[in-house]
Design a protein around this ligand. Structure first.
Ligand code: GLS
Length: 818
C-alpha cells in the first residue's frame, strides 16, 4: 500500500534506538530501564516524524495552501508512540528490533504518560480530527493550550474519588518542540483611549496593564500511511519583561498587579469540568490567551505570503471554533482588522464572517457559556466595545426581520439583560460564523428546533450537521491488534483508510468458523482485561461472564445511576432466588467526576460501595460482579474497549449530543444497549434494529412527559422492585455503620424530581437487559450480531466526518507531500 513501506527496517530501527540510548539519553543497553527504552524508541520515531514535518511545512508553504485552523481548548491526545509507529507503518519492525534487544515493546509503551489535555468526548474528538486531517493530507493546524497539568489523576480511596495532579511532562516529553522564534505577546486588562483624527475619524487604542508571553510548543501529528505530518501548536503562558509605566507612574503598580491573574498561571491547569462553564476569570483569560496567540500566528503566516493585502485572507484561512470556548477569537479578529489594520467595520466584519465556523457540542443549559459583561470589561476592555458594536448592528438586522419585536431582540441579543449583564457566547458564535454545526443528526435537528430556531429562520442553511467520528487507526488497528489481523485477512489491510470496507465482514457473519475466530479474539481480549482489572483493583473477574462496560464522564444525564439501579435489581433477584436464571455478568465502569460535582462523586462512591458488597457476597453464585476501574483515560479505554461484550449508552434522550465511545465499542464488536439519543440513532440505522438493544423514551416522549408534569413517585410506587432498590440505597446495607451515606442519590431521584428520568426508563431498561441476556445464550447468534456491529461502523470513521467538513464547510483541497 502506498506510503506504508516501513521507512526504517528492523536493523536500522535497532541502530537508531541504540544511538539515542547513547547520545540522547547518555545511557546504554545494560543500564537502560523501560523508561529509557521508551524515550530512546520515541526519539528514533521522532526522527522520522520531524523529517515528515519539515517536508509537509515546506510543501504547504510552496503551494500557499488554504488551511483549516482548529481552535480547541482541549486536545485529549493520549499516548503517541504506538500511534506514531502505526501511522508510519513501522510498528512491527520496531517490535522485532526491540525484541532482539531483549526489550518488550508492550512494556515500553506503558511508560508513556497520557497527554490528557482534555476532559472527555469533546477533547478526544479534536484529537481524532487532527489525526484524520493529516491522514487525508489536508493542510491543517490545531491550536490549543499547553496545560502544565492535564485532567487530574483519579485515585479511589475507601470508594471515593480523590483528585491528584496530572504531570504529563515531569520527566520530559519526547514529542513536543518548543518554538521560541514564534513567541507572541498578548495584552490584558488596562483601558481604551478614544482618539479623534484630523478627518473626524475615531481611533481606539487599548493600553493594556499587562502583557503575557505566549510560547508555542509543537506536537507533530502524523497521518496514517501518508506523508503528511501536521502540527498541533499549544501555547504556554509566561511573564513578559513588559513594564507598565502608565500604571507605575500613577502610583498604583503593585496594587494593580495584585488584582490581576499572574501570567504563569494562565496555562497551568485544565479546568476539569465537562459540560459546565466555570465562570472564572482565569478560564476566560485562558480562552482569550490561546485565541489571541493563535490569531497572531495565523496572520503572521498569511502575511509572509501576502503582505498587507487582506483581500486573500478568506481564501487562505478558515477557523473552526470547537464549541464556544474559542468564541472570543471573533471580537479579537475584529480588533486586529479595525484597530490595527485600519479596515472599515464592514470590510472587517465581512472577513470575519467568512472565516469562522462554529461547532456546537451540547444543548445542556449549564454548558452554554456566558461571561459577565463586567468581567470582559475588566480583562478585555476593547473587546467589550466591539461585542456591543457587533450586537448593535445585529439587532438592526433582527429589527428588519421582526419589526418592533423587542422580546425577540432580548432573546437573540448577544447581551443578556439580567441583574448581572452577561455575554452569550453561543449567540456571538452563531452571529460571527458562516456555518454552525451540531455533531449528530438528532442533535443538529434540536439545535435548529430548540436552541437557535430564530437564527435558522434568519439565515436558512447556516445551521447544519456533521456527525462525529473516531479514528479507526487508534480505536481498532492499534488497540485491538488481534481483531485487526483477523479483519485484514477477510477484507484486506487497507480498511483503516477506507472503513466502509468493513462491510465485507457482513457476508461472513453467519460463517461458523469466522464466528469462532471473532469470538476467540474477544475472549483473549477479555482475559487480558481481566488481568488488568486484577492488577488495578485486586478483583478477579470471571472471563466467562458478559463484560458489560460503561465508560464516560460521570454525569447525571449519562445515567450511571440507572445502570446501578439495574445492578441492584439483579442482585436482589439473586438474593431472593439463588437459581435466578441469568448469564454471569461483570459490570465495569470507568468515569471521572468533576471535582465540584457532589452528586457525581456520590454516584462513584455508590458504585464502589455496591461493588464491594456484591463482589464479597457468595450468595450471588458468581453470577454478578461489579468493577470500578480508577483513573479512566485514553490509554485505559484502549484496553477496555476491545474486551467489551456490551456497551452502555443510556443517556436520557435529547441530552447526549452525539457520544463517540458508542462508536468505538461497536467498532470493536460490542453490542449496544442504548436509548434513541445522539449518534446511537445513527448506529442503530447502520447495524440494524436486530443488532442493538434499544430502550427508553424518545426525545419527543421525554418532552411530552415533562410537559405533562413528570412525577418520579408514580414510577416508584408502581414498581415494587424499583422502590425496593431505591430504598435499599437509603439503608446502611452498602455502607455499614454509615446509614444515609448514599441517600443523596435517592433524594435526587425522588424529591429532586429525577431530572433525567431514570425512573421513567427503568422498566424498559431492565427489559432490554433481559433480552440481551437471552440473546447471549445463543453464542452463534451473538457472534453474528457482534460481527455485524464491526461490519457496519464504516460511517463513523473520523475521515468521513472530516470529509463532510471539507465539502460542506471548509472547502479545502488536499495537498500531497512527496
Ligand atoms: C460533548 C458531548 O457531550 C458528546 O456527546 C459529544 O460526543 C462530544 C463531541 O462532540 O462533545 N460536549 C461536551 O461539552 N463534552 C462532550 O463530550
Amino acid at each position: 500500500m502506498a506510503g506504508l513501506t516501513p521507512s526504517l527496517n528492523k536493523a536500522e530501527f535497532k541502530a537508531s534506538v541504540i544511538r539515542h540510548l547513547h547520545s540522547t539519553l547518555g545511557t546504554d543497553e545494560n543500564k537502560a530501564n523501560n523508561h529509557a527504552w521508551w524515550k530512546a524508541t520515541s526519539a528514533a520515531v521522532q526522527e522520522l516524524v520531524l523529517e515528515g514535518l519539515r517536508k509537509t511545512q515546506k510543501t504547504h508553504y510552496m503551494n500557499d495552501t488554504r488551511a483549516v485552523h482548529y481552535l480547541s481548548a482541549e486536545f485529549l491526545m493520549g499516548r503517541l508512540l504506538s500511534n506514531n509507529m502505526h501511522n508510519f507503518g513501522v510498528f512491527t519492525e520496531a517490535e522485532k528490533a526491540l525484541k532482539e534487544l531483549g526489550v518488550n515493546l508492550t512494556d515500553v509503551l506503558e511508560e508513556e504518560p497520557d497527554m490528557a489535555l482534555g476532559n472527555g468526548g469533546l477533547g478526544r474528538l479534536a484529537a481524532c480530527y487532527i489525526d484524520s486531517l493529516a491522514t487525508l493530507e489536508l493542510p491543517a493546524i490545531g491550536y490549543g493550550l499547553h496545560y502544565e497539568h492535564g485532567l487530574f489523576r483519579q485515585e479511589i480511596q475507601n470508594g471515593e474519588q480523590i483528585e491528584r495532579p496530572d504531570s504529563w511532562r515531569d520527566y520530559g516529553n519526547p514529542w513536543e518542540i518548543c518554538r521560541p522564534e514564534s513567541i507572541q505577546e498578548i495584552p490584558l486588562y488596562g483601558y481604551v483611549e478614544t482618539k479623534y483624527g484630523a478627518n473626524g475619524g475615531i481611533q481606539k487604542e487599548w493600553h493594556p496593564a499587562m502583557i503575557v508571553k505566549g510560547v508555542p510548543w509543537d506536537i507533530p501529528v502524523v497521518g496514517y500511511s501518508g506523508n503528511t505530518v501536521n502540527v498541533l501548536r499549544l501555547w504556554q503562558s509566561e511573564a513578559s519583561d513588559y513594564f507598565n509605566w502608565d500604571v507605575f507612574n500613577a502610583g498604583g503598580y503593585v496594587d494593580a498587579q495584585r488584582e490581576n491573574v499572574q501570567a504563569e498561571t494562565i496555562s497551568k491547569v485544565l479546568y476539569p469540568n465537562d459540560e459546565t462553564e466555570a465562570g472564572k476569570e482565569l478560564r476566560l483569560i485562558q480562552q482569550y490567551f490561546f485565541c489571541a496567540c493563535s490569531l497572531k500566528d495565523i496572520i503572521r503566516r498569511y502575511k509572509r505570503a501576502h503582505g498587507d493585502d487582506w483581500s486573500r485572507f478568506v481564501d487562505q484561512v478558515v477557523i473552526q471554533l470547537n464549541d464556544t470556548h474559542p468564541a472570543i477569537a471573533i471580537p479579537e479578529l475584529m480588533r486586529i482588522l479595525v484597530d490595527r489594520a485600519e479596515l472599515d467595520w464592514d470590510s472587517a466584519w465581512s472577513i470575519c464572517t467568512q472565516v469562522f465556523a462554529y461547532t456546537n457540542h451540547t444543548l445542556l443549559p449549564e454548558a452554554l457559556e456566558k461571561w459577565p459583561v463586567r468581567m470582559i470589561e475588566k480583562i478585555l476592555p476593547r473587546h467589550i466595545e466591539i461585542i456591543y458594536e457587533i450586537n448593535h448592528r445585529f439587532l438592526s438586522e433582527v429589527e428588519k426581520t421582526w419589526p418592533g419585536d423587542n422580546a425577540m431582540k432580548a432573546k437573540l441579543s448577544i447581551i443578556e439583560e439580567a441583574d448581572e449583564k452577561m455575554v452569550r457566547m453561543g449567540n456571538l458564535s452563531v452571529i460571527g460564523s458562516f456555518a454552525v454545526n451540531g455533531v449528530a443528526q438528532i442533535h443538529s435537528e434540536l439545535v435548529k428546533k430548540n436552541l437557535f430556531p430564530e437564527f435558522e429562520e434568519m439565515w436558512p442553511g447556516k445551521l447544519t450537521n456533521v456527525t462525529n467520528g473516531i479514528t479507526p487507526r487508534r480505536w481498532l488497528k492499534a488497540c485491538n491488534p488481534k481483531l485487526s489481523a483477523l479483519i485484514d485477512k477477510k477484507v484486506g489491510a487497507d480498511w483503516p483508510l477506507h472503513l466502509n470496507k468493513l462491510t465485507g465482514l457482513a457476508k461472513h457473519a453467519n460463517n461458523k468458523t469466522f464466528q469462532k475466530q471473532f469470538m476467540k479474539v474477544k475472549q483473549e481480549n477479555k482475559i487480558a482485561l481481566a488481568q488488568e482489572i486484577e492488577a488495578l483493583t485486586g478483583i478477579k473477574v470471571s472471563t466467562k461472564a458478559i463484560f458489560d462496560i460503561q465508560i464516560k464522564r460521570l454525569h447525571e444525564y449519562k445515567r450511571q445511576h440507572l445502570n446501578l439501579l439495574h445492578i441492584l435489581a439483579l442482585y436482589r433477584r439473586l438474593l431472593e432466588n439463588p437459581d435466578y436464571d441469568m448469564h454471569p455478568r461483570v459490570f465495569i465502569f470507568g468515569a471521572k467526576a468533576a471535582p465540584g460535582y457532589k452528586l457525581a462523586k456520590d454516584i462513584i462512591y455508590a458504585i464502589n460501595a455496591v461493588a464491594e458488597k456484591i463482589n464479597a457476597d457468595s450468595r450471588v453464585n458468581n453470577k454478578l460482579q461489579v468493577v470500578f476501574l480508577p483513573n479512566y483515560r485514553v490509554s485505559l479505554a484502549e484496553k477496555m474497549i476491545p474486551a467489551a461484550d456490551v456497551s452502555e449508552q443510556i443517556s436520557t434522550a435529547g441530552k447526549e449530543a452525539s457520544g463517540t465511545g458508542n462508536m468505538k465499542l461497536s467498532l470493536n464488536g460490542a453490542l449496544t444497549i442504548g436509548t434513541l439519543d445522539g449518534a446511537n440513532i445513527e448506529i442503530a440505522e447502520e447495524v440494524g434494529d436486530d443488532n442493538i438493544f434499544i430502550f427508553g423514551l424518545t426525545v419527543d416522549e421525554v418532552a411530552d412527559l415533562k410537559a405533562s408534569g413528570y412525577n418520579p413517585y408514580d414510577y416508584y410506587y408502581q414498581n415494587p422492585e424499583l422502590k425496593a432498590v431505591i430504598d435499599w440505597l437509603d439503608t446502611d446495607y452498602f455502607t455499614p455503620g454509615k446509614p444515609g451515606a448514599l441517600s443523596s442519590i435517592k433524594h435526587s431521584l425522588l424529591d429532586g424530581g429525577d431530572p433525567y428520568l431514570c425512573l421513567a426508563d427503568f422498566a424498559s431498561y431492565a427489559d432490554a437487559h433481559s433480552r440481551l441476556d437471552a440473546a447471549y445464550r445463543d453464542q452463534q447468534e451473538w457472534a453474528k450480531m457482534a460481527i455485524l456491529n464491526t461490519a457496519h461502523m464504516g460511517k463513523f470513521t473520523s475521515d468521513r466526518s472530516i470529509q463532510d467538513y471539507v465539502e460542506n464547510i471548509w472547502k479545502l483541497a488536499p495537498c500531497s507531500v512527496k
